[in-house]
Design a protein around this ligand. Structure first.
Ligand code: PLP
Length: 461
């Protein structure tokens, strides 16, 4: 019953057309077109279908976004109704629409702390750009234009616009030109990779101390904001030890540096609370949201701003010269409202915690004894499996990323989507996933990881 893509002619060559004309994001096109591109044709619940008739369990919820699962008629209806009523109107120049007002009201009521003001855009990257512009504008307005530097973290991901990529810590993006002045980076709270002999708690304090040292080195008078994901998602689901965020919070407060929580992945229930900031006890000045705000059904992002920054922007800055044609798009906002109805009525945030604990338990049963599995970690329904050459010393494989890619391909061969970040397999299934579906996910993951282990057996201690 899915709406099928229109087929130009029965013998139309989708593979050839893709190879000839379609530039994919984050792809090496030469290797991409050596094999077949998997063309996804439909989705229902946690399952995708492709043009070869496979039924694929989507362990990533698309790109961490399809929180309520595929095929939710409520979201389709909300979009249809809004398109019929008013498909577009902008929110510049003294106008607004009802969906955008209702969503701003609802999001700020849901959000923790004093995040009482919402700005809208279409993507996480745009939300991050906006947050960084706001942070700098705040300091300029307060007469401290020297506070310009944005502190981010290695393996941080804050999107693909130039500002977002510069704030992020992905060296491959920096190497291709996404570098700007006034950005600096510190180490991530990645205990598995960098913790050495320290306990996770000790390491959390150590990683936070690196921020303090960096601030001393640069000078707090030059730093506008620290930006961090509560859990670094695209960097490999790096879950900070419990000691980390309270320290970061203290350091930012003491140095008068704004704290921006990038919740593009962790927002809307993924970590077992509605926002990752609640899970980790973070009180950000600014929060960025996207992805699960509409469960990915239509692009939308938001920047929530706390009273301290908003008061200055609203009462002192004058015009903030920033905005997008689609800021507060009424159809996207209507879909977001319907999506929040589902999240709340089905209690998906609270249920993610119990489901995640069950999923990790089952993964530990199925994979825990495999030599290639170094760690299984997670919070709520976001998690990671570290593939290792030596589980005792937590040694990585040579040429990092190679084994992860092998494993990702085995996952695909087993009709499971899991993403590889270096040699870390990451997962974030739809929050609607059932116990049976989780068991199926574990079974497929176990087959894929066993096959990977067999492929690289000679390299494992
Ligand atoms: N921030 C974080 C934490 C993200 O994970 C992402 C995307 O994965 C972004 C920002 C960028 O969002 P988008 O791809 O919608 O621009």
């Amino acid at each position: 019953d899915h709406i099928v893509s229109p087929i130009p002619t029965p013998d139309y060559d989708w593979q050839a057309a893709d190879a000839a004309h379609h530039l994919h994001p984050f792809s090496d096109h030469k290797s991409l077109h050596q094999g077949r591109v998997r063309i996804i044709t439909g989705g229902e619940g946690v399952y995708l279908t492709d043009d070869a008739g496979h039924r694929i369990l989507d362990g990533m919820a698309g790109l961490w976004c399809v929180a309520v699962g595929y095929g939710r008629q409520e979201l389709v209806d909300a979009a249809t109704r809004q398109m019929q009523t008013l498909p577009f109107y902008n929110t510049f120049f003294k106008t607004a629409t009802r969906p955008v007002i209702a969503l701003a009201d609802r999001l700020t009521a849901m959000a923790p702390g004093d995040l009482n003001h919402a700005f809208f855009a279409s993507s996480g990257s745009e939300a991050v750009d906006t947050a960084l512009r706001m942070a700098r504008t705040y300091w300029i307005t307060r007469g401290k234009p020297g506070k310009r530097i944005i502190l981010g973290r290695e393996y941080g991901y804050h999107g693909s616009t130039t500002l977002g990529a510069a704030a992020g810590g992905m060296v491959d993006m920096h190497r291709q030109g996404a570098v700007l002045p006034d950005f600096a980076h510190v180490m991530p709270p990645y205990w598995y990779g960098y913790g050495g002999q320290m306990s996770p708690e000790e390491f959390g304090l150590y990683a936070a101390k690196q921020i303090e040292d960096k601030i001393r080195e640069i000078g707090a008078k030059s730093i506008a904001a620290f930006i961090g994901e509560p859990i670094q998602g695209a960097g490999g689901v790096i879950i900070p030890p419990e000691t980390y965020w309270p320290e970061v919070q203290r350091i930012c407060r003491e140095n008068d540096i704004l704290l921006i929580a990038d919740e593009v992945i962790t927002g809307f229930g993924r970590t077992g609370r509605m926002f990752g900031s609640e899970t980790f006890g973070i009180a950000p000045d600014i929060m960025t949201l996207a992805k699960a705000i509409t469960s990915g059904y239509i692009p939308l992002s938001a920047v929530l701003v706390g009273d301290r920054v908003a008061d200055v922007l609203i009462n002192e800055t004058g015009e903030f010269y920033h905005g997008f044609t689609y800021s507060g798009h009424p159809v996207a906002c209507a879909v977001a409202l319907a999506n929040l109805d589902i999240l709340e009525s089905e209690g998906l945030a609270a249920r993610a915690e119990a489901k995640g604990a069950r999923l990790r338990g089952k993964l530990a049963e199925a994979l825990g004894d495999m030599p290639i599995v170094g760690e299984i970690r997670g919070v709520g329904l976001i998690g990671a499996i570290e593939l290792t050459a030596d589980r005792r010393t937590r040694r990585f494989f040579e040429r990092r990323g190679r084994v992860g890619t092998i494993c990702r391909d085995h996952c695909f061969a087993n009709d499971l989507v899991m993403r590889a970040v270096r040699d870390t397999m990451v997962f974030s299934p739809p929050l609607t996933i059932t116990d049976d579906e989780m068991d199926e996910m574990v079974a497929r993951a176990a087959r894929a990881i066993a096959a990977t282990q067999a492929d690289v057996r000679s390299e494992i201690m």
